[in-house]
Design a binder for this molecule. Structure first.
Ligand code: ADP
Ligand code: MG
Length: 346
C-alpha cells in the first residue's frame, strides 16, 4: 500500500493549512511596545513595524537618545543641562540658547501671554520654595519668603530675540522652568523620530502626555483614556484620536497635604501659591503635544470657570473634570465635543 490515505491526506492538508496560517501570521507584523524612563517619569511607545523598520532595540536606542538630548537641554534636575546653566547665570543680559530650547521657550512665552500670565516659566523660585523642584522639601513656606520669590518672577523680565538664538534676562537671578511643557515637546520629538523612520502608526506617551499617528494595531483610530482623577485610578472617558496629541494637568498626582489641605505642583503665578479651586484635571487635544501640555497647565492655573471660558475663546479642544460638592463633574468645550462627535449638530 502506498502512504496516501484520505485520512492522512486530511491530516497533511490541515498541517499545510496550519503552516501556511503560521506563515501568514508571521508576516503580519506584531505591534511593538517599548517602555522606559525619561524626564523624571516613565514612557510607553506602541507601534506597528513594517519590513523596513529597524530592530526593536535599535528603535529603543534612538528613542532614548532623543529623550536624553531633550533632558540635556531643558531639565532643571540635571545640573549641567543647558537650562540649568542658563539658570546659574545670575547677571541680567543676553544669553545664547540652542535652536531647540529657543523653540520651547518661545512657545511657552506665547502661551504665557495668551493665558494672561497663567503659564509662567519664570515661576522657578516659587516651584523650588514650595518643594516641587529639584530640592523637593515640600511644605508651606513663610509668607515673607513667598513674597520674596514672587518678586523674582514675571514674564516681563524675559525677552526673546525675534531672530532666534538668544534670550534676554532683564533682571538678575531670573530662572526658568520648562517642566510644564518639555514633556509634551519630548513626545513630539519621539513621534517625529518614528515618523522619519516611516513608522506611520504609533502612539507615544510620556508621563501621561500622548501623541498618536495613524491607526491603532488592528485598525481604526487610537483609543486614549482620560484618567479618573482619583487615587484608585480608572478611566473617566475614552477619546478616539489619530494624528493628534493630548496632554493632561491634574492636582491628584504631585501634591503634599498640610493642615487638612492638599497643595499641588501647579503654582498660580499671581499669588505665588499652589492653585486652589475645584478643577482637578484638564486635558487638552492639539496637533502639537508641546502646545497641548502648555495649555493644560495654563488652564489648570485658571480653574474650571476662567479656564473653560478662555479655552472656548481660543477654540481649544479641552475636557475639564471638576469637583462639585461631593461628586466629580465633567465638561468639554465645543471644539472638544465637535472633535469627538463630528456628526453632532451638522
Ligand atoms: P503634570 O502634567 O505632571 O500635571 P504640568 O505639565 O502641569 O505637569 O507641569 C507642572 C510643572 O510645571 C510643575 O512641577 C512646575 O515645575 C511647573 N509649574 C508650576 N506652575 C507653573 C506655572 N504656573 N507656569 C509654568 N510652569 C509651572
Ligand atoms: Mg503641562
Amino acid at each position: 500500500m502506498g502512504w496516501y490515505s484520505p485520512k492522512k491526506g486530511l491530516l497533511l492538508g490541515s498541517l499545510f493549512l496550519l503552516l501556511s496560517l503560521a506563515g501568514c501570521l508571521k508576516s503580519a507584523p506584531e505591534p511593538v511596545e517599548l517602555r522606559g524612563r525619561a524626564m523624571g517619569t516613565s514612557y510607553k511607545i506602541l507601534y506597528l513595524p513594517t519590513a523596513e523598520t529597524p530592530e526593536e532595540s535599535e528603535v529603543q536606542g534612538m528613542v532614548a537618545l532623543t529623550l536624553s538630548q531633550v533632558e540635556q537641554k531643558m531639565s532643571t534636575y540635571l545640573k549641567d543641562s543647558e537650562l540649568s546653566k542658563l539658570n546659574q547665570a545670575v547677571k541680567p543680559g543676553v544669553y545664547p540658547v540652542s535652536k531647540e530650547t529657543y523653540r520651547v521657550l518661545s512657545e511657552a512665552l506665547t502661551l504665557g501671554l495668551e493665558s494672561g500670565g497663567a503659564l509662567d516659566i519664570t515661576v522657578m523660585p516659587l516651584v523650588d520654595l514650595w518643594g516641587f523642584g529639584p530640592t523637593e522639601q515640600k511644605g508651606i513656606p513663610p509668607e515673607d519668603q513667598i513674597q520674596e520669590a514672587l518678586a523674582k518672577t514675571g514674564l516681563d523680565k524675559l525677552a526673546l530675540d525675534p531672530k532666534g538664538g538668544q534670550i534676554q534676562k532683564k533682571t538678575s537671578n531670573l530662572t526658568l522652568d520648562l517642566s510644564s511643557i518639555a514633556k509634551g515637546y519630548g513626545v513630539d520629538q519621539v513621534s517625529d523620530l518614528l515618523k522619519n523612520l516611516e513608522i506611520k502608526n504609533h502612539m507615544v506617551e510620556i508621563g501621561g502626555e500622548i501623541r498618536v499617528l495613524g491607526e491603532r494595531p488592528g485598525g481604526g483610530a487610537w483609543r486614549i483614556g482620560i484618567e479618573e482623577p482619583v487615587p484608585e485610578g480608572g478611566v473617566n472617558r475614552v477619546v478616539e484620536l489619530s494624528d493628534q496629541s493630548m496632554a493632561t494637568s491634574g492636582d491628584y498626582r504631585n501634591f503634599f497635604s498640610e493642615g487638612g489641605k492638599n497643595y499641588s505642583h501647579t503654582i498660580d503665578p499671581h499669588t505665588g501659591r499652589p492653585v486652589i479651586h475645584d478643577l482637578t484635571s484638564v486635558s487638552v487635544i492639539h496637533s502639537s503635544c508641546m502646545t497641548a501640555d502648555g495649555w493644560a497647565t495654563a488652564l489648570m492655573v485658571l480653574g474650571e470657570k476662567k479656564g473653560f471660558q478662555l479655552a472656548e475663546k481660543k477654540g481649544l479642544a479641552a475636557y475639564f473634570i471638576y469637583r462639585d460638592k461631593d461628586s466629580l463633574k465633567t465638561r468639554g468645550t465645543a471644539a472638544f465635543n465637535q472633535l469627538l462627535n463630528p456628526e453632532a449638530g451638522e
